[in-house]
Design a protein around this ligand. Structure first.
Ligand SMILES: Cc1cc2nc3c(=O)[nH]c(=O)nc-3n(C[C@H](O)[C@H](O)[C@H](O)COP(=O)(O)O)c2cc1C
Length: 197
């Protein structure tokens, strides 16, 4: 029997900057996972919680490269992923503290993000989190991340039509789901391009 070629699977680590129970940004991550399970072949998303991470304090590190167990676990999961999906709320035009904290832990030498592809999605007020996305891109330069540029997805969660279920943060807007799928496709393609280099 002829051997069947195994198709490459792109492993995505998804991080969300909101720890709110009915977070819209977390809703974007759940929708992304559902899209990959239902209609996007070759992409697997693992959601990594940032809430259990302690506030960054380098006193918690034990040189040369020891980290608290929960941090080490987080760093390993980032290392093992091909690429990163950031769901980034916008706080005061910038990155939310829980996400920045997680990024800072993973960036400690050796930087777990180095060379990976990444995409950012966001839900927020006025500009849908677009300003936080720009800050995150700036941080990503030092992290040596390669960002998907198009399409962009920043969702105004407070303007009609309703995009999210307020009770649980689930994404309920088909147009946004379609765009999210395009973001994930771009992330998959960029990851495979980087892998082949
Ligand atoms: C401290 C704070 C600052 C905020 N600043 C902004 C902001 O600069 N831009 C914006 O679009 N929304 C801002 N918001 C509103 C958030 O976008 C909104 O709370 C959103 O639901 C947060 O994402 P989540 O649903 O994933 O928790 C702010 C909210 C908080 C709590």
């Amino acid at each position: 029997m002829a051997a069947t070629a195994t198709k490459p699977v792109v492993k995505v680590a998804a991080l969300c900057g909101s720890i709110r129970k009915a977070s819209y940004n977390r809703g974007l991550v759940r929708a992304a996972i559902a899209i990959c399970e239902e209609s996007l072949e070759g992409v697997e998303i693992e959601y990594l919680e940032v809430e259990p991470l302690p506030m960054l304090n380098t006193d918690l590190e034990t040189p040369p490269d020891g980290f608290p167990a929960v941090v080490e676990d987080f760093r390993r999961q980032i290392r093992e992923a091909d690429c990163i999906l950031f769901a980034s709320p916008e706080y005061n035009y910038s990155i939310a503290a829980p996400l920045k904290n997680a990024i800072d832990w993973a960036s400690r030498p050796p930087n777990a993000f180095a060379g990976k592809a990444a995409a950012i999605v966001s839900a927020g007020g006025g500009f849908g989190g677009a300003l936080a996305q720009f800050h995150l891109r700036q941080v990503g330069v030092f992290l040596d991340l390669h960002f998907v540029n198009k399409p962009e997805l920043h969702v105004n969660a407070f303007q009609p039509p309703p995009k999210f279920d307020d009770n649980n943060g689930d994404l309920i807007h088909q147009e946004t789901k379609d765009r999210l799928k395009q973001v994930l496709l771009s992330l998959k393609n960029l990851s495979l391009r980087l892998r082949s280099n």
